[in-house]
Write a protein that binds this ligand. Sequence first.
Ligand SMILES: C[S@@+](CC[C@H](N)C(=O)[O-])C[C@H]1O[C@@H](n2cnc3c(N)ncnc32)[C@H](O)[C@@H]1O
Length: 340
Amino acid sequence: MPMDLDLAAALRSRRVLVASDAASEGGGVVGVIVFDLEGEAPALIDTVAVAPDRQGRGIGPRLIEAAETEIRAAGAGRVTLYTNVKMAANLALYPRLGYRETGRVTGDGFRRVNFEKTLAPRIALKAPVDGLYGRRRVHGHTIDPTYDRYALDLEAPAAPLVRHFEVPVGAVRLEVGFGGGEHLVHHARSAPDVGLIGVEPFESGMMRAVRDVAAEGLANVRLYLGDARRVLEWLPDGALDRVDILYPDPWHKKKHWKRRFVSVDGLDRLARVLAPGGVVRFASDIPSYVAWTRAHAAAHPAFAMGEDSATPWEGWPGTRYEAKAFREGRTPRYLTLVRA
Ligand SMILES: C[S@@+](CC[C@H](N)C(=O)[O-])C[C@H]1O[C@@H](n2cnc3c(N)ncnc32)[C@H](O)[C@@H]1O
């Protein structure tokens, strides 16, 4: 692209990043990117220019990456850019950088191709998870670059929650402790317009889910490797229409009951993030935990008991743990708690 940009004007209203090469002649500027952080979201990258003798060396992608880092740090979740339809190199490059074409328009004497990208959230987890029990601890490192793409970013503002997804979604649901993610993936596939947040602190289960979500290109999924209570603390009020708690660890010993996900505090947290009329789906094969959940729901002012059934919900794909319970002769129960 030609470098005929009015830098002074751009600097007054926008952010400009410059790529320089000390070894080059003429001051060392080999590329420039201009973007607007103050406009309406999504943020707009409106110029990417690379010196003609430096094109094809990765300077443009590095400038775009640097701009995305600033845009994300400023709190924007999406970025748009565009190119002249005649710029075949850009048409090939932008999709490789994760941009999706959103349309073509004619204006200012050229045909313009618009692109948009949802910024991959920053790595969600950098330190060991506190407050989890047993052996299922995570180790404070990035587990896989593909995880980063789908990770829910708890450092970004939670609201509006729908902006955390790569595609437009209506309702948002949360699955707590998804194990290997089979149930999550099934629902993500069958309801592409629903945003699904899956949480699991166990690394190998998370990796299985990441692999399946990526293989199917499920853009309505966000994943969090860690404790679901952290996600609940972060979520905006009334942001969810459903929370699935499927075969949660029962913590049989009385002295461990305080670790149960369903508790007075747990229901308080769930009540805050659920929209009125939203539901908690609870499945368990442990009769004492089912009775405990019934009693807690009955005592909690924000919840009423909906279904209390031996038959699963419509469209139920089962879960890995449920299959094990059946194999071992236990009978599950399916409860629906309704947020008043
Ligand atoms: C018995 S397994 C059930 C897994 C899966 N839902 C299924 O039905 O196959 C319970 C799951 O909850 C997860 N878990 C335990 N504590 C959790 C917490 N605080 N936040 C999120 N997940 C948790 C465990 O790692 C485990 O994968």
